[in-house]
Design a protein around this ligand. Sequence first.
Ligand SMILES: Nc1ncnc2c1ncn2[C@@H]1O[C@H](COP(=O)(O)OP(=O)(O)O)[C@@H](O)[C@H]1O
Ligand SMILES: [Mg+2]
Length: 197
Amino acid sequence: MTENERQQWRRQLRTRRQQLSETEQREASEAVSQRLLTFTEQRPQVQEVAVFLANDSEINLQPYIEALWQRNIKTLVPVLHPFCAGHLLFMRYADDTVMRPNRFSIPEPELACPNVVPLAKIDLLLAPLVGFDGHGNRLGMGGGFYDRTLNSWFAGRYPNLQVAGVAHDCQYVEQLPAAAWDIPLPRVFTPTREWQF
Ligand SMILES: Nc1ncnc2c1ncn2[C@@H]1O[C@H](COP(=O)(O)OP(=O)(O)O)[C@@H](O)[C@H]1O
Ligand SMILES: [Mg+2]
């Protein structure tokens, strides 16, 4: 019953963001990138940032990513774990990284162990989302990837890791049905504001 409700929200919220025009997408991308850059520059200890590459009309972090590169701050992107189903690895992502589509058609770097960075070394992790609510509850695409990734962080294992969601404003809803395994977000950046929970 709740799963059904969550599926309905996923459908509705994905449709909302897919209806944004190219101009709206570009403006959203620039505004949220500026906001993220300000946040990052206020925290000089942030040197390794896990970002995501926009898929399914998600907000595009490319301007932020390029600004980080200019400042010699390293960026990482999620990669599907080769044998631990449902888990992610985070790999170095630079302007010369060779990318190829994974089974969801999302580009990812070719797997190479020296380029995998453990959560313990990441300073800021930005999570994509389909929806978020006024309590920081996060609804993803339905794979539970970020719930698994953030589980040990939520348990206090990585006290230096900062976590935030990044989304379009239209991905906010007042109250989402949360599941027992959902990891809530302490912060969400949208083009018009920074939410803290
Ligand atoms: N920490 C976890 N350990 C094991 N399974 C998990 C964990 N977190 C989520 N899952 C599983 O992943 C699936 C999808 O999670 P869900 O929260 O519905 O997706 P999403 O977070 O992408 O919206 C669920 O069936 C859930 O049981
Ligand atoms: Mg979840």
